[in-house]
Ligand binder design. Structure first.
Ligand SMILES: [Zn+2]
Length: 77
C-alpha cells in the first residue's frame, strides 16, 4: 500500500525519505517501508505489514499495482 499513518495519525506516503516504520491506516498494525526496483532504473516504495501481521487486513492487497497481480516480484502490502 502507498499510504500509512505515523504515531500522531498523520498520513505518510511511501516514498524515498519516508520514515521506515508506520502504522496501517486500516488495522493499526506496524508497517515497514519497503523498496523494490521498478524495472526501469528506479525504485518503487510501499508499506508492508511487519512480519506479515494481520493477514485479514483489507489494506494488504490494495489496488495500487503492488498486490498479487503485480508480477513475480510483487510484495504484498
Ligand atoms: Zn493493516
Amino acid at each position: 500500500m502507498k499510504l500509512a499513518v505515523d504515531s500522531s495519525g498523520q498520513t505518510i506516503e511511501a516514498a524515498e525519505g519516508s520514515p521506515t516504520l508506520g502504522r496501517c491506516p486500516q488495522c493499526g498494525a506496524p508497517v515497514i517501508l519497503r523498496r523494490r526496483n521498478d524495472g526501469k532504473g528506479g525504485n518503487t516504495y510501499f508499506w508492508r505489514h511487519q512480519d506479515h501481521l494481520n493477514l485479514d487486513c483489507p489494506a494488504r492487497f490494495s489496488a495500487n499495482g503492488l498486490g498479487r497481480t503485480g508480477g513475480a516480484s510483487a510484495q504484498a502490502g
